[in-house]
Design a protein around this ligand. Structure first.
Ligand code: HEC
Ligand code: HEC
Ligand code: HEC
Ligand code: HEC
Ligand code: HEC
Ligand code: HEC
Ligand code: HEC
Ligand code: HEC
Ligand code: HEC
Ligand code: HEC
Length: 485
């Protein structure tokens, strides 16, 4: 049974002009295509007339400015009555200051170069690397005498090793502090005092953020209670004057407090000076230690007058046979001078020297012991050699190692100390730098997902907030002026 239907015949049945004929659906589409834009325009016009300009916006405003969503004029100043697509710097400055970066001759970019808007509810302070690279990719050209690295495009491209770790003229970077501390010895099991039990110190026994109370496991309440005569300004190195301050108040958890003898060392390191006394000398300047010793020995000899009879160490004759000890009878003043000299010999050469750099004083600063004993009745009889007090080097503690960046320990509290300071386990010299270099930061701060932020603003302040000007606000709460429209 042969079929007469061929494909050609079938094709002839189809009306080739079918698409030209109107159908209800097509009519609807046609009118809709006219109506919808019209509706849109009407809506835009209507919103515009009713004062809501969000429809003209090219995107949502940042988190900080979300309340200004309807207040286009706050940033887009109308010049000659027209809406300006540029956000004028003056409009921004009408609400808050954006102080300069560095006093420099080159023009500063518009606020909007770095603080882009209408990109959704983003962090508006998140300036792009390019915004900074505008100048920092070639700083030497605009600032030939800059002391800073000139070609920085991103953390990955051109960012130098941090100054605190950079060698200077071939010599490796070093810690200028003079307090000796052998980290390696103290991080292994160590005795608490000469005959004490073995203990394991933790970083936190000595280092705590500034706002956190010191750990007192190895403290000595007597030394903590004592006032000291040396001042912070003598102890700490000054901070670079040109540091840019962050806009927000500091939490006090960013940096670690300087280590104090009274809190972290005194529990193990005694400042004992003579077997006649249980207590140690004050932890203070040599002149005060000297005055303390003189006073203590004067009081002692007044209470124990018999001790002015002093036995010399047994001498030996040439054959090695002991001779009878020679007994000397001293005046109380002589006794005080000799005991003070012995105690100071121990302190200056051993006890204090373990942690401090002590050097003979320059001549001008020499002070004979006699001066300190002058209040004694028989000061004139002093015959012992005059002792000079040593010069104790200032501690030279660095409070901020990276003043041109903002580092925050608190933001990293989930990570162990040695993940960034591995050298603290092996360092034997105080001059060692124990700080992490840029390579350590880059393991976490890198572009792309799964990493912490790596754009400049994360680690740097841009504005010099110390030059911030107060602004008198001009805007009222939107809720208060609904009637004004
Ligand atoms: C907090 C300030 C601020 C407010 C409020 C604001 N804008 Fe903007 N707007 C900006 C900034 C910044 C730019 C970036 C362009 C420039 O200034 O050079 C911008 C750009 C624009 C542009 C140009 C297109 C673009 O993305 O570059 C339009 C259009 C615009 N805004 C519309 C609006 C409308 C409509 C409103 C009100 C609903 C509004 N803006 C509210 C800050 C603001
Ligand atoms: C009507 C007032 C007003 C205007 C105009 C204005 N801002 Fe703001 N801005 C605010 C308020 C309010 C905040 C939130 C408070 C704060 O964080 O200081 C803010 C916050 C910010 C922040 C900090 C965001 C953060 O991370 O906390 C930046 C950056 C900023 N504004 C930049 C700009 C720029 C750039 C312009 C001009 C395009 C501008 N502002 C215009 C009121 C204004
Ligand atoms: C070269 C980029 C750049 C320019 C230009 C710039 N800013 Fe900023 N701004 C930043 C960065 C980065 C931050 C975050 C770090 C900081 O606070 O310095 C910031 C922070 C701010 C803050 C927030 C402070 C806070 O409380 O967190 C305000 C407000 C601000 N800028 C206003 C302005 C104004 C107003 C202008 C224009 C006069 C301006 N900025 C120009 C980069 C810039
Ligand atoms: C208009 C040019 C310009 C732009 C844009 C600029 N800088 Fe600078 N920056 C300078 C100048 C100039 C110096 C100072 C150079 C000197 O004193 O030798 C400087 C110094 C610095 C320093 C080192 C000194 C300090 O202040 O602690 C840092 C860090 C820095 N800028 C970060 C940034 C960041 C982050 C951005 C982007 C948000 C940025 N800069 C954008 C010009 C610029
Ligand atoms: C992960 C944190 C981090 C990021 C991201 C970062 N920096 Fe730094 N930067 C630092 C630290 C820390 C220092 C050392 C500060 C010091 O020595 O006082 C530094 C130093 C600098 C210096 C001084 C350089 C010198 O010669 O000593 C400049 C300039 C600088 N950064 C610019 C930038 C710019 C521009 C960007 C973005 C392209 C950027 N930084 C990104 C942490 C960062
Ligand atoms: C017994 C107390 C003590 C302990 C425990 C201790 N430190 Fe220190 N640390 C000090 C003293 C004192 C200084 C200042 C002298 C110096 O620079 O070495 C210091 C300095 C530092 C410095 C800055 C100085 C530099 O040159 O880099 C860092 C970083 C540091 N310690 C990290 C650590 C870490 C991490 C641990 C734990 C693994 C630790 N410390 C354990 C007492 C201690
Ligand atoms: C848990 C007790 C303990 C604490 C706390 C402690 N030390 Fe020590 N320290 C010792 C002992 C024990 C020794 C002797 C170790 C040795 O010679 O093997 C010692 C030795 C030292 C030495 C000589 C290291 C060397 O290279 O021979 C110095 C310097 C020192 N400590 C400084 C400090 C300072 C500064 C502090 C406070 C910040 C401190 N110590 C806190 C127990 C302690
Ligand atoms: C176990 C280590 C240790 C011993 C031993 C020690 N000190 Fe200190 N000394 C410190 C530390 C740590 C500081 C840092 C600041 C503080 O504790 O107030 C310091 C600071 C000082 C300062 C202040 C320095 C400045 O820059 O102003 C003086 C003065 C001082 N010590 C005197 C002495 C004298 C005198 C002795 C001996 C009787 C002594 N110290 C023994 C650890 C020690
Ligand atoms: C993410 C890396 C990182 C971790 C984790 C970290 N530090 Fe630091 N630490 C730094 C940096 C960077 C500095 C330099 C900051 C500055 O002074 O500008 C520093 C400085 C220090 C200093 C010198 C004083 C100061 O604050 O400038 C001490 C002491 C210190 N750290 C101890 C610790 C201890 C203790 C821990 C663990 C509780 C710790 N650090 C964890 C990176 C880290
Ligand atoms: C183990 C991973 C890790 C390392 C290493 C690390 N960071 Fe961070 N850092 C983080 C994380 C996570 C955050 C918080 C999330 C964020 O802001 O992206 C952070 C935040 C920060 C912030 C912002 C703090 C704030 O208050 O907003 C700064 C600045 C910073 N890091 C600097 C550094 C510097 C400088 C180094 C190197 C010395 C470093 N970080 C090393 C993981 C790390």
């Amino acid at each position: 049974m042969a079929r007469t239907r061929t494909t050609k015949k079938l094709a002839q049945r189809i009306d080739l002009n079918y698409f030209k004929r109107p159908t209800p659906l097509k009519r609807a589409k046609f009118w809709l295509s006219l109506l919808l834009p019209l509706l849109g325009l009407v809506w835009i016009a209507w919103r515009g007339f009713s004062g809501d300009h969000r429809v003209y916006s090219s995107g949502r405003l940042s988190r900080a400015h979300a309340v200004l969503d309807k207040e286009c004029a706050a940033c887009h100043v109308r010049q000659t009555g027209a809406f300006s697509a540029r956000a004028e710097d003056n409009a921004c400055l009408g609400c808050h200051d954006g102080p300069i970066h560095h006093a420099s001759k080159s023009a500063t970019p518009d606020c909007a170069t770095c603080h882009t808007e209408h990109r959704g509810t983003i962090n508006i302070s998140a300036a792009t690397n390019q915004a900074c690279a505008e100048c920092h990719a070639d700083l030497k050209t605009s600032h030939p005498d800059t002391i800073y690295t000139s070609h920085i495009s991103s953390l990955e491209d051109g960012h130098p090793e941090f100054a605190a770790l950079r060698p200077v003229a071939g010599t490796p970077a070093s810690d200028p502090g003079t307090i000796k501390l052998n980290h390696a010895i103290h991080m292994k099991p160590i005795r608490r005092g000469p005959n004490g039990p073995l203990v394991n110190l933790e970083c936190g026994n000595c280092h705590r953020p500034i706002a956190v109370d010191a750990d007192l496991t190895y403290a000595d309440p007597k030394y903590r209670a004592a006032a000291v005569s040396y001042k912070d300004s003598e102890e700490f190195l000054p901070i670079h004057a040109e540091t840019l301050k962050t806009p927000k108040p500091v939490s006090g958890r960013e940096l670690m407090a300087p280590v104090k003898f009274a809190n972290a060392c005194a529990g193990c390191h005694s400042l004992a000076f003579d077997k006649r006394f249980d207590e140690g000398v004050p932890h203070d300047k040599p002149e005060l230690v000297n005055a303390f010793l003189v006073r203590k020995f004067q009081q002692y000899i007044a209470a124990h007058p018999g001790e002015v009879r002093v036995q010399r160490d047994p001498n030996r004759d040439l054959t090695g046979k002991t001779l009878p000890p020679q007994v000397r009878v001293l005046t109380p003043a002589q006794w005080v001078v000799e005991r003070t000299a012995d105690a100071e010999e121990l302190l200056w050469r051993k006890t204090c020297k373990q942690c401090h750099e002590l050097t003979p004083s320059p001549k001008s600063a020499q002070r004979p012991i006699r001066a300190a004993t002058a209040q004694g009745t028989d000061a004139q009889e002093v015959s012992a050699p005059l002792t000079e007090l040593p010069y104790l080097a200032p501690a030279g503690i660095t409070l901020e190692w990276m003043p041109h960046a903002k580092f925050d320990h608190d933001a990293h509290r989930g990570f162990t100390c040695v993940s960034c300071h591995p050298k603290a386990l092996t360092s034997t010299e105080s001059s060692d730098i124990l700080l992490p270099g840029i390579a350590t930061c880059k393991t976490c701060h890198a572009p792309g997902p799964g990493h912490a932020e790596s754009r400049c603003f994360e680690c740097h302040t841009y504005h010099d907030w110390s030059k911030r000007k107060e602004v008198t606000p001009r805007f009222t709460l939107p809720a208060l002026r609904t009637d004004g429209r």
